[in-house]
Design a protein around this ligand. Structure first.
Ligand code: IPM
Ligand code: MG
Length: 351
């Protein structure tokens, strides 16, 4: 198979972790006889520095015409500490999600047998966790009306949802549930928010189309608690943009490190694959960041292309590296810590 992949390394540790995912994907291509053409493009603070905006049109062209996008991370402390900055790297990410129509963000959470004891949560609580948070990604408070009034003394951000936005996300949730354990949880705040009541109403109306799926409705505050108390109670969860943002960071604690969990963002056209972690500026350039979340994101990419053996080969080699202790410092815990690039080399050599 011939694959054209847009490569958006972005900021901070993005370029370092992306390099490893490329190494491993190239090793997969060689082993399984595929041809991958990588097209790098600018995004984030790197793009602001080069051309003045975080998601330039040229980058969009590259992404829109690719078979898939592999993305590193976005964000730079220079902007975080300057609330008056006119352009911010994160705007690039939001613009990219919107322009590429990536309305569903698939964020799995699972455990690795050899890392169970690295999680701050008790083994019996988390062992065997296998859930997916399906986060709405192009609507809600991230994209609603916002602004200042009263001479800047009042600020507002609006959580707006249209029925079709909920329907298309929920449809993916139901379909995913059908392929898994047929359990779907709609996470909202319907006891307070009108937009959440529209979520509930919409999902309830869709239940009849999927009679085999058992649907539950839970409030996001309670889910925040139960997710770390008993994650095995969940399978597929669907939720609004902001709730999903928060819950997926929380869920990453279950696996033991932010550096481990991959994600995909899908819509009607091209899909994008990225680690759930951020740009981790403190580690940038040090060759210490964990590349596995990005490597596993590449596995999700192969899987979506129906290249299941390729995806499995990546997962197998990742498990092998963890079992043999070829790990970066975030999970080394007293043992030898390998560099980002060393882990990447090891994985590629063992494909
Ligand atoms: C994420 C990130 C982004 C978000 C930021 C960087 C804008 O936290 O992908 O979860 O809030 O969506
Ligand atoms: Mg987030």
């Amino acid at each position: 198979m011939k694959l054209n992949i847009a490569l958006l390394a972005g900021d901070g540790i993005g370029p370092e972790v992306i390099d490893q995912a490329v190494k491993i994907s190239n090793a997969i291509a060689k082993k399984f006889n595929h041809e991958i053409n990588w097209t790098p493009a600018l995004t984030g603070a790197a793009a602001i520095d080069a051309v003045g905006e975080p998601y330039p049109d040229d980058t969009h062209e590259v992404c829109a015409s690719a078979d898939a996008v592999l993305f590193g991370a976005i964000g730079h402390p220079r902007f975080d500490n300057d609330p008056s900055a006119k352009v911010r790297p994160e705007q690039g990410l939001l613009k990219m999600r919107q322009k590429l129509g990536l309305f569903a963000n698939v964020r799995p959470t699972f455990t690795f047998p050899s890392l169970i004891d690295k999680s701050p949560l008790k083994r019996e609580r988390i062992e065997g966790t296998d859930l997916i948070i399906l986060r709405e990604l192009t609507g809600g408070v991230y994209f609603g009306e916002r602004g200042r009034k009263d001479d800047g003394e009042t600020a507002f951000d609006t959580m707006t949802y249209q029925r079709f936005e909920i329907q298309r996300l929920a449809k993916k949730g139901f379909e995913m549930a059908m392929k898994r354990s047929k359990k779907l949880c709609c996470v909202d705040k319907a006891n307070v928010l009108e937009s959440s009541r529209l979520w509930r109403e919409t999902v309830q109306a869709m239940e009849k189309d999927y009679p085999e799926v058992e649907v539950s409705y839970e409030f996001v505050d309670a889910v925040a608690m139960r997710l770390v108390q008993w994650p095995k109670a969940y399978d597929v969860m669907i939720t609004a943009n902001l709730f999903g943002d928060i819950l997926t960071d929380e869920a990453s604690v279950i696996s033991g490190s932010m550096g481990l969990m991959p994600s995909s963002s899908v819509g009607s056209k091209v899909s994008l694959y990225e680690p759930i972690h951020g740009s981790y500026p403190q580690a940038a350039g040090k060759d210490i960041a964990n590349p596995l979340a990005t490597v596993l994101s590449a596995a999700m990419l192969f899987e979506d292309m129906d290249l299941n053996d390729e995806a499995q080969a990546i997962r197998d080699v990742v498990n092998k590296s963890l079992a043999e202790g070829i790990v970066t410092e975030d999970v080394a815990e007293g043992g030898k810590a390998y560099k980002t690039s060393e882990v990447g080399d090891w994985l590629a050599a063992n494909i």
